[in-house]
Design a protein around this ligand. Sequence first.
Ligand SMILES: Nc1ncnc2c1ncn2[C@@H]1O[C@H](COP(=O)(O)OP(=O)(O)OP(=O)(O)O)[C@@H](O)[C@H]1O
Ligand SMILES: [Zn+2]
Ligand SMILES: [Zn+2]
Length: 807
Amino acid sequence: MIAGVIVDVPAFGTDKTFDYRIPEHLEETIEVGMRVVVPFGPRKLTGFVIGLKETSDLKRLKKIEDIVDPSPVLNQELIGLGKWIANSTLCFLHSAYQSMLPAAMKMNYSKRIYSINEAIELPDLPEQIRIQLDSDKGLDWAEAQKSGKHIVRSIQSAIHNGNLEVKYEIRSKGKKKRHKVVMVNIPTMELNAIYDDISRKAPKQAEVIRYFIGNNETKIPTQKLMDETESSRATIKSLIDKQILLETEEEIYRDPYKDRQFERTVSLTLTEEQKESIKPILSDIENNQHETFLIHGVTGSGKTEIYLQSIEAVIQKGKEAIMLVPEISLTPQMVHRFKGRFGSEVAVLHSGLSVGEKYDEWRKIQRKEAKVVVGARSAIFAPFQNIGIIIIDEEHESSYKQEENPRYHARDIAIERGRFHQCPVVLGSATPTLESYARAKKGVYTLCTLHERVNQKALPTAEVVDMREELRSGNRSLFSTALFDRLKDRVDKGEQSVLLLNRRGYSTFVNCRDCGYVAQCPHCDISLTYHKRSNQLKCHYCGFEDKQPTECPECTSEHIRFFGTGTQKVEEELNKLMPEASVIRMDVDTTSRKGMHEKLLNAFAEQKADILLGTQMIAKGLDFPNVTLVGVLAADSMLHLPDFRSAERTFQLLTQVGGRAGRHILSGEVVIQTYTPEHYSIQLAQQHDFLTFYDKEMLMRKLHQYPPFYFLTLVTISHEELMYVVDVCEKITEVLKEGLSEQAVILGPVASPIPRVKDRYRYQCVIKYKNEPTLKNILNEILAHYQKRMQQDQLTINIDMHPQTIL
Ligand SMILES: Nc1ncnc2c1ncn2[C@@H]1O[C@H](COP(=O)(O)OP(=O)(O)OP(=O)(O)O)[C@@H](O)[C@H]1O
Ligand SMILES: [Zn+2]
Ligand SMILES: [Zn+2]
């Protein structure tokens, strides 16, 4: 038998199936979808088996050496899906497959050196190195290279002379966790007799036997048995030696939620609007029919309850469900809602879990121990076999697009999988993307609208405050009088407030008041970010760190410091102006440690603070009954970014954050501070008027030839030498101009918005087009043409077929 294998060398020349012969002893074992170890040149690599056949066109085939997985990690559907991803996003097949698996299953390759014969004298090498060469583990080549040219050369000549040998080793990054369990190794009725027999001579051992007599369990983790019977390892060991007990190893799951109780919840009686929306979804589930729905429902309209009841119907049919939520709204509250309804049938996948935990959750799905997965973007690849529904909540969230290879959008994958499984795909949002809403209007998606909040509560009233007016009337603080008064009122009444500071486009840099100098990263063309806690400047692109300067390097003025308005600054001002208010601050700095995100939210939920101050991460999904005021400190901080989606993003953010207020018994109020109160995205968000916003924004997109009227493709080229980058980018632009139709618009070459990162210059060109059937071929030809230079010359060409932003 021959296996077709996709090897772990994501490069242009190797992006194809290689044939390997299956050795006899593995013939029965190897299946499509497994990973195997194969020889590749001088190396050993892993690869995915994506097909089996009887014969190959090639005569001399190498043999598969070993298997990595005892059972397939990809099923037929996922193998097909990988090809589709590779084709539609122009990525390598191996990258597509790898991205479907948890990080723990990535392979580590190492090259190790061993002595062939311990007795051989290698006087050129230091004692320590010789010991390692003679050991079982050998010497790691990467390590050896750090020990100096002289030593490296000696090792190389010893290899050449046949005194040392090289082995390639492969390990996966994550491990399965195991623990020891003991079980009774004799018929249970004999236990009493044995107890009588040994109780005098070995009372400790008898104690352990009695545990099993008095208990229905016949198998128990060794550690637990020792704890419960207060016995030692030696006692247990004697019983094992006597073959009364048997000890084995068992795999255990790391369950991040194991210490938590989830109160069971039941389905709520749906409102009329909810019933109308869920009806066609349930009918598709019943009839195994694929259709994409867009649920446009105002904040608090009960979309989540529709998801829950749809999933319930799917489970009842014996099928599985994928539920995607954006990373930042995958809060404990959210997990609770799903675990509360479906218990342990729910697997959760998000970046807050450790590599091992994620691996375990994935295996729970693989082994069919979970029926529902709730997770961020990559959960779309959950290895279910029998999917009955795929739901994407907050479908407008940009985090559903992966910004590195493979550059896929989870929405596209959802629809592709939905088609394969003939099941409904549900997209939900209070602020759908223009793309999705346009498709719904055209009838490509089925539109369901929820106009009202579940409890008939009015949407919170919003006030827009013109900050220019505030300045004119002498208020230089970050808070308008309107916002300040309301904040104070809530603190006095014991109600809670949420304050949003949109970080993007916000000043966090250090500059000189006298000459205007701004501290920049020496490796990237971007300003350094000031970190108060360490009093340091940091580059968020390359990690470069520097001390806060005491004088300006340009003009030696001492007036150089951080004048920005990050969340820390706001917190300080709040403390000064309203010392009686307690504040919880949530931003990248306060939530970087594991579990902090949850801790801070819990504290706020328990009303331990009056004000929750934070960045975008607080805008979504939170549902606190006592919150009656939401303030947005600078609504337009993102509006002026030169990005075609900036108005849409502003509208979405304001609508979402506004939706946090007054969701329960108390009514809510929203105050939006802005320097451009006349902008339609701000005015229409104030009026909760999605439809008018949609019409207006669609006109703008049409006028400027942006999605959804045009498709975009972004090509980014980078290299250390500026002239080289410009040259390659110019040539690529020319090729595109020649190959594409008259209708295609090609912008560029231009420097990327961040023109240099990690000492590499970046240039880009953007293609706007309606219908260019040859585009992918042309791009593939370009990649093929530059393949050598990409491998040998550190040239990078990145292609994003549908960029979320061209910023
Ligand atoms: N049919 C119902 N009867 C009673 N309460 C309901 C019903 N449906 C939903 N709710 C409750 O209403 C609140 C808001 O619902 P839910 O969170 O599902 O809204 P949503 O549309 O998902 O909101 P958002 O988009 O703002 O996150 C929740 O507390 C939920 O438990
Ligand atoms: Zn200066
Ligand atoms: Zn940098």
